[in-house]
Design a protein around this ligand. Structure first.
Ligand SMILES: N[C@@H](CCC(=O)N[C@@H](CS)C(=O)NCC(=O)O)C(=O)O
Length: 213
């Protein structure tokens, strides 16, 4: 198997952290264009018309995209050190918070990033070769939505070490990747969210997380 990554991009990082935390030995390949690091390589886009990372290429050439689907597949193959739930209730709660983190955290940062960064002019939506103009109002709304997500997460983390119960899970990975990417774009955690700050620092210090930087 090969896992296609794009250093600094938050969605493939969900998969590379997952792999590092579980200790799975998989070849990780950079799908970026060496001539233009803000784009995926023409060869990758030709081979995988999904045009987004992460992609997991299987040994028979078949492939799986979308970070949660890749991680679910790997979790099934390598059930030790579960990151997606040990029983029905834990699995559902992790999936619930992963979806919240993706839809409310990652999408908010992505709305901001794709509608402001100069290298993404005309590339407002990931995964298509079509020209999609940037919309400054979407960047503003993304920044606002991220504040809502911080507040929601702060409440959830009020009496918990991690997002679901007291175990690190895929939900923490997705929320961390959203916030880490936001921080790199000067969208820092709001001062009135101390639980998020405490949790973020703990996740950031995990060896599996720094190994997949
Ligand atoms: N929902 C997808 C999102 C994948 C995605 O948007 N990936 C971005 C990087 S974070 C990408 O491949 N962008 C390609 C581009 O900007 O051309 C997932 O879970 O993997």
């Amino acid at each position: 198997m090969k896992l296609y990554n794009w250093p600094m991009a938050p969605n493939p990082r969900r998969a590379t952290i997952f792999v590092a935390e579980k200790g799975i030995d998989i070849e990780i390949v950079n799908a970026g264009d060496p001539e233009n690091p803000s784009r995926l390589s023409p060869d990758f886009c030709h081979r995988f018309p999904h045009r987004r990372v992460p992609v997991l290429e299987l040994d028979d050439g078949d492939w799986i995209a979308e970070a949660p689907a890749i991680c679910r597949y790997l979790e099934t193959l390598y059930p030790d050190n579960s990151l997606m739930g040990r029983d029905a209730r834990e699995a559902a709660q992790i999936e619930m918070w992963d979806r919240v983190a993706e839809w409310e955290g990652l999408m908010a940062v992505s709305e901001y990033f794709r509608n402001t960064h100069k290298a993404f002019a005309g590339r407002g939506v990931a995964g298509y070769a079509n020209e999609v103009p940037q919309i400054p109002e979407l960047a503003e709304r993304g920044q606002f939505r991220l504040g809502l997500f911080f507040s929601k997460l702060d409440t959830q983390l009020d009496d918990r070490e991690f997002i679901v119960g007291d175990r690190f899970s895929f939900a923490d990975i997705t929320a961390y990747c959203a916030i880490a990417f936001g921080t790199s774009r000067r969208l820092a955690v709001a001062d009135d969210c101390p639980n998020v700050t405490r949790w973020y620092e703990a996740v950031d210090a995990r060896p599996g997380v720094s190994a997949a930087a």
